[in-house]
Design a protein around this ligand. Structure first.
Ligand SMILES: O=C[C@H](O)COP(=O)(O)O
Length: 252
């Protein structure tokens, strides 16, 4: 049985304009007193408005990336301090779409995580294997390598969340079996405890991400060492994300 806190996190990716804030309002109305954490990571343009709109609600707002440097000549980038200034409490780092689109390495992710944790952000660090890597039976090697290199030594139960997102399950409707999720989450938990100790490593929430929907959430949340989800497409509409939150609240 996991000792980590539970979290339902939504990653809006490059979706949403101000009109989408109505979905946040609806989500907050549906969950005035949730027993799990609720986080939405909208595009950067909406962080300040969204955090102001959610100020008196349990819904927290996060970023989708940050730069490793605090300031400087980095056109188009956003620092961790800027996210905090805009009202973010968390930041997603190392999502496979950033690792691929922006050629981010695990070392880049670790530098960003250090910068984010230094200003008080919770870092949601993403790991995941490709279909080719899974089919070659390399999943645990890949995940182990990404985990070791992406997490700085400053990680602990209160400033870190790890999200396992098999790349082949993202936005595809394909979901691993619960046995496959269980194997990877158990492996990550064991490595976290080996590195950070029972209290800290055992307390870091482990999220599953990849085609989580209202119809499969309860089964996924019943899996050992699954403390929540990082949800893409189904987090864009309150009517889809709300039952996922409710399923997490109902999980043991
Ligand atoms: O960050 C979220 C993941 O990439 C999952 O996306 P998805 O729920 O649309 O498959």
């Amino acid at each position: 049985m996991t000792q980590a806190r539970k979290l339902a996190a939504g990653n809006w990716k490059m979706n949403g304009t101000r009109a989408a804030l109505a979905e946040l309002e609806a989500l907050a109305r549906a969950h005035p007193n949730p027993s799990v954490g609720i986080l939405i990571c909208p595009p950067a343009t909406l962080i300040q408005t969204a955090s102001a709109a959610m100020a008196d609600t349990p819904v927290e707002i996060g970023g989708q990336d940050c730069h490793a440097e605090p300031s400087g000549t980095h056109t188009g980038d956003i620092s961790a301090e800027m996210l905090v200034d805009a009202g973010a409490t968390s930041v997603i780092l190392g999502h496979s779409e950033r690792r691929e689109d922006h050629e981010e390495s695990s070392e880049d992710v670790r530098a960003k995580a250090k910068a984010a944790q230094a200003v008080g952000l919770v870092t949601i660090i993403c790991l995941g294997e490709s279909l080719a890597q899974r089919e070659a039976n390399n999943t645990l090697d890949i995940i182990g390598g990404q985990l070791a290199a992406s997490l700085p030594d400053s990680c602990c139960a209160t400033n870190t969340v790890v999200a396992y997102e098999p790349i082949w399950a993202i936005g595809t409707g394909k979901v691993p079996t619960t046995a496959q999720i269980d194997e990877v989450h158990d492996f990550i938990r064991t490595r976290l405890i080996q590195r950070f100790g029972e209290a800290e490593g055992g307390g870091i929430p482990l999220l599953y991400g990849g085609s989580v929907k209202p119809g499969n959430a309860a089964e996924i949340f019943a899996t050992d060492n699954v403390d929540g989800a990082l949800v893409g497409g189904a987090s864009l509409k309150a009517e889809d994300f709300s039952p996922i939150i409710t399923a997490l609240e109902g999980s043991a």
